[in-house]
Design a protein around this ligand. Sequence first.
Ligand SMILES: Nc1[nH]c(=O)nc2c1ncn2[C@H]1C[C@H](O)[C@@H](COP(=O)(O)OP(=O)(O)OP(=O)(O)O)O1
Length: 158
Amino acid sequence: MKPLNVVLCFLLRERDGVRSVLLGHKKSGFGTGKVVGVGGKLEPGEGPMEAVCREVLEETGVIVRPEALVPAGRIFFDFPYRPELNMDTLLYVTRSWEGEPAESDEIAPEWYDVERLPLELMWHDAGTWLPLALDGHGPNLRIILNEDNATVRAAVPL
Ligand SMILES: Nc1[nH]c(=O)nc2c1ncn2[C@H]1C[C@H](O)[C@@H](COP(=O)(O)OP(=O)(O)OP(=O)(O)O)O1
């Protein structure tokens, strides 16, 4: 089964020596109730960077330009027990945007200290790849989920 093509974008800012990342409380759709990255599925005919700019605008009201996006890795979320959920996910970070993040129907955005990510509120796998992506290590991983479609069976190089 063909995976869904997905993008995630992490806005990074530094204030008073503290590096923060914009994450969001998901209010609807897949992963409701979790803290997640901003992003979503590509629309037909759309390129990944185009999708990032659209999703960031839809979910947070912030304008990000394609030139400001830095590729930050690729994660294949592999759900062997629900293969229709498989997602091939491109990660991006950006340090430059216009506007202030605001709540939407999909996401309530919030800044988190990169050194104290809210991993207990996120997908179980986030601890495996998110710190690597935010530190510029460009993780390239297949995350294989367990039968509960939540906990991690394995993380293997792509
Ligand atoms: N194991 C996992 N760990 C994680 O951190 N994020 C995951 C994940 N599996 C999926 N995701 C993310 C990637 C993607 O941003 C999101 C699902 O895409 P969407 O936000 O587009 O879903 P929705 O159901 O809200 O879609 P729409 O109804 O089309 O808005 O879930």
